[in-house]
Design a protein around this ligand. Structure first.
Ligand code: ADP
Length: 251
């Protein structure tokens, strides 16, 4: 991690839905190999912030810049090309239920690289099989999503994100749709990826997991970043009273 050279810099990010000003100027950075957990009460804007990084939402103002790439400066009227630039740098793992039901596991994780990124099919399929084996799903390559458990589906979602060869992995509450007994297997995969050096931003309500895996915690409330710091510090001895109240309730 080099403090002087962030992989991702987010400044002044704003987003409104109609009258609802959801993000009121968000700043944070992610360094190469860093795991950043976005935490905060429901409705504080965490998912919206994550979706703006990936171009799934187009912010109203602010900048999102990846190292080596053009800095995207949001302003009214900026549209699809922005999303394209951002989407080429990061990949999102959703809460669940985002696999194509009519495609096999292998097809689900390889269709994007083959059809969109136009990478050679043989190479893509070989990589997909390797990554499926990596998350313990070698035997499920030809299965359809509805025959898999929620935890298995989520591991397929992670492989699909890895197949995009992103610089940054984005996780939006990756375990919130899972039965409690399936949470561990997904968190284990995420933790292993973190240990392998993947850079990631993780929206999570699993504060114990955030403490375990995140380098940095960003606490959001009411559309602003209230506190940012090393995970151990923000989760154990938060400086801000709002962070204290939130953390005390959940840890
Ligand atoms: P969090 O992830 O912290 O729970 P969200 O970013 O999901 O917060 O939501 C923040 C606010 O933005 C909520 O009030 C939510 O209703 C609103 N919101 C999110 N997405 C949309 C959307 N597509 N259209 C309208 N309102 C939205």
């Amino acid at each position: 991690m080099s403090p002087s050279n962030p992989l991702l810099s987010v400044t002044g990010l704003q987003k409104a839905f109609g009258e609802n000003q959801v993000l009121k100027g968000i700043d944070f950075t992610v360094h190469s190999g860093e795991v950043v957990a976005l935490i905060g009460p429901s409705g504080s804007g965490k998912t919206t912030a994550l979706r703006c990084l990936n171009g799934l939402e187009i912010a109203d103002a602010g900048t999102v810049g990846f190292t080596g790439g053009p800095e995207v400066s949001f302003s009214a009227g900026l549209k699809p090309k922005t999303a394209q630039i951002l989407r080429s740098r990061s990949a999102m793992v959703f809460q669940g239920h985002h696999l194509f039901p009519h495609l096999t596991v292998l097809q689900n994780v390889s269709i994007g690289p083959i059809e969109v990124q136009k990478r050679p099919k043989d190479q893509v399929l070989a990589e997909a099989k390797k990554l499926l084996a990596r998350v313990g799903l070698e035997a499920k390559a030809d299965a359809y999503p509805n025959s898999l458990s929620g935890g298995q589906q989520q591991r397929v979602g992670i492989v699909r994100a890895l197949m995009q060869q992103p610089d940054l992995l984005l996780f939006d509450e990756p375990t919130s749709a899972l039965d409690p007994e399936l949470v561990g297997e997904v968190l284990t995969v995420i933790k292993e990826l973190a240990q392998e050096g993947w850079s990631m931003v993780l929206v999570t309500h699993e504060l114990a997991f955030a403490r375990d895996v995140a380098d940095t915690v960003v606490f959001m409330d009411g559309g602003v970043v209230v506190e940012t710091g090393p995970a151990s510090q923000v989760l154990s001895t938060p400086a801000n009273t709002r962070t204290q109240a939130f953390v005390q309730r959940l840890l």
